[in-house]
Design a protein around this ligand. Structure first.
Ligand SMILES: [Zn+2]
Length: 297
């Protein structure tokens, strides 16, 4: 499942490829599961829109859209020529409520989004194809349909705070009085956006905190360490992901990413890279957690 660094990498790759391009038409398959907004609304919102930028909010990919200028120019240019006031008209147009919109893609477990030539074979489980003015296509594919597509008028807010932007004070305050294990709190999307199982384990290892510790019982100093660890882990993973994204977006998605060398995640029984103690695995809220019993307490 893509976590924050992967989604960030995908969003950056998409931004490089499709920002400035315009959606000419949209095909949506008959499966309703991936759609959080009705198919007709998604198609109507995307068609004729220019993709201003693609970014990440939590684990969501956000396409900022604005109505493509050329859709409205034919009638407008004439008027503008007569009045000689093209600038004010343009400004007025941009304030119309439907001139801007957002397309939100959540990849879920198995979703992927590819930019390809129209001749490329349409993969099984393709749920949406957007034809772009450049001649390319943007396709959303998801075999298991945990991914979700929706459109918003603007200001999409997935809740929680961005782990890469949150200040230390705010970060510490998130966990105050929480009786849940710190690992569960780290993954609570209402608190922090986008930290999943792998990066939670890796961050806790670097901060020297065991995953089952009660969040409320952790000292400010340790939470400060954790704040730095979370950001460090995510930044390193994003830096690594940047070099593999072109493969991921281009091809059929099987390449995967360069991964951060995990220090604990998935290393049960293997020696800790710091102290050689065997890494332990415990199950917490149905998910595996990995830690070193000597380096973390
Ligand atoms: Zn250790």
């Amino acid at each position: 499942m893509p976590e924050l660094p992967e989604v960030e990498t995908i969003a950056r790759g998409l931004d490089r490829r499709v920002a400035g391009d315009t959606v000419e038409s949209v095909w949506i398959g008959s499966r309703k599961q991936p759609l959080k907004s009705p198919a007709g609304v998604i198609a109507a919102t995307l068609e004729g829109k220019r993709i201003v930028r693609v970014s990440r909010a939590g684990k969501h990919i956000v396409f900022d859209l604005e109505r493509a200028a050329r859709v409205t120019t034919s009638s407008q240019t004439k008027k503008d020529k007569r009045s000689g006031r093209s600038q004010p008209r343009q400004a007025a147009f941009l304030h119309q409520s439907d001139a801007h919109a957002q397309w939100i893609v959540h990849l879920g477990m198995t979703g992927r989004i590819v930019v390809c030539e129209p001749a490329a074979e349409v993969a099984k489980h393709t749920h949406l194809i957007a034809k772009l003015a450049s001649g390319r296509e943007l396709r959303f594919i998801d075999p298991r349909m945990f991914g979700k597509l929706s459109v918003h008028a603007g200001g999409f807010d997935p809740g929680g705070v961005e782990p890469l932007e949150v200040t230390e004070e705010r970060f510490i305050a998130l966990f105050r009085g929480r009786k849940t294990p710190i690992k569960s709190a780290l993954q609570n999307q209402k608190l922090l956006r986008g930290v999943g199982n792998i990066y939670a384990d890796e961050s806790l290892f670097r901060a020297g905190i065991r995953p089952r510790r009660r969040a409320a019982a952790i000292t400010r100093e340790q939470l400060g360490k954790l704040h730095r660890a979370v950001r460090e882990v995510l930044r390193e993973a994003i830096a690594l992901g940047g070099s593999s994204i072109s493969n991921y977006v281009d091809a059929d998605g099987e390449e995967g990413f360069f991964q951060l060398q995990h220090r604990v995640y998935g290393r049960e029984g293997e020696p800790c890279l710091v102290c050689r103690t065997a890494i332990r695995r415990v199950v917490l809220a149905g998910r595996s957690s990995h830690y070193c019993s000597k380096c973390q307490n």
